[in-house]
Write a protein that binds this ligand. Structure first.
Ligand code: ADP
Ligand code: MG
Length: 216
């Protein structure tokens, strides 16, 4: 992915302004900065969930977003995302949440089930498959959201402050597991965080945002 002079305005306010960067394939990058500096907006622009006001976003040299237009929608960008609020469906079981993440894959039913099971196993929550998200701890819910994101075998894993509700010990454990998982699945991760320690543990590169622009 490459951002070229990207700006995003909401009702005249600049959430991000004139940011340019490129992500190194196969390397993890942190998007770091205080609350409100434009981290989630940047991640959503990358995913194709927001349309830029100015600039271009490239993927393998192709323009995928430009001013006021999405040329390649989220589902063809090869990415899995864990949202800040996790966005699990409360009325669906853990398994059905993961199956929903696979619903756009054109695969036979049994293979879809197998992939969902594998993703749950990789994230250590296979025994919770029939439970509802509301009956799980915060850490377990984070793992389910992670399983749903990786089940379609994306090239990119986008994590929006997925550890903010975890205690330090659980956070470190999950970070280590994600490190192993992403190496194993050859995933390029983009981690949004306000915590430099998280960034340092998982990522070799960091983009520091401040009030909508790149500081470092
Ligand atoms: P961060 O994730 O770093 O906390 P965000 O990207 O969520 O920051 O937000 C950056 C700025 O854009 C904030 O001032 C926020 O209020 C504003 N913003 C984000 N999303 C919207 C939206 N949908 N409508 C209006 N303003 C928004
Ligand atoms: Mg945010």
């Amino acid at each position: 992915f490459e951002f070229l002079h990207i700006s995003k305005n909401y009702e005249g306010e600049n959430a991000v302004r004139d940011i340019s960067f490129s992500l190194v394939s196969g390397e993890h990058t942190a998007l770091i900065g205080p609350s409100g500096c434009g981290k989630s907006t940047t991640l959503r622009l990358l995913a194709g969930l927001e349309v830029p006001s100015k600039g271009e976003i490239l993927m393998d040299g192709r323009v995928v977003s430009k001013a006021n237009r999405i040329l390649e929608p989220p589902h063809v960008r090869g990415l899995g995302m864990v949202f800040q609020d996790l966005a699990l469906w409360p009325n669906l079981s853990v398994m059905d949440n993961v199956l929903l993440g696979l619903s756009s894959e054109r695969l036979p039913r049994n293979e879809i089930r197998e992939r969902a099971g594998q993703a749950l196993t990789l994230c250590g929550v296979e025994s919770l498959a029939s439970r509802k998200p509301g009956s799980l701890s915060g850490g377990q819910q984070q793992r389910v959201a992670l399983a749903r994101a990786i089940a379609p075998r994306p090239d990119f894993l986008l994590l929006d402050e997925p550890f903010s509700d975890l205690d330090l010990v659980s956070k470190m454990k999950l970070l280590e597991e994600i490190s192993a998982l992403t190496a194993n699945q050859k995933l390029t991760t983009i981690l949004v965080t306000h915590d430099p320690l998280e960034a340092k543990i998982l990522c070799r590169f960091a983009i520091v945002l401040s009030a909508g622009h790149i500081e470092e």
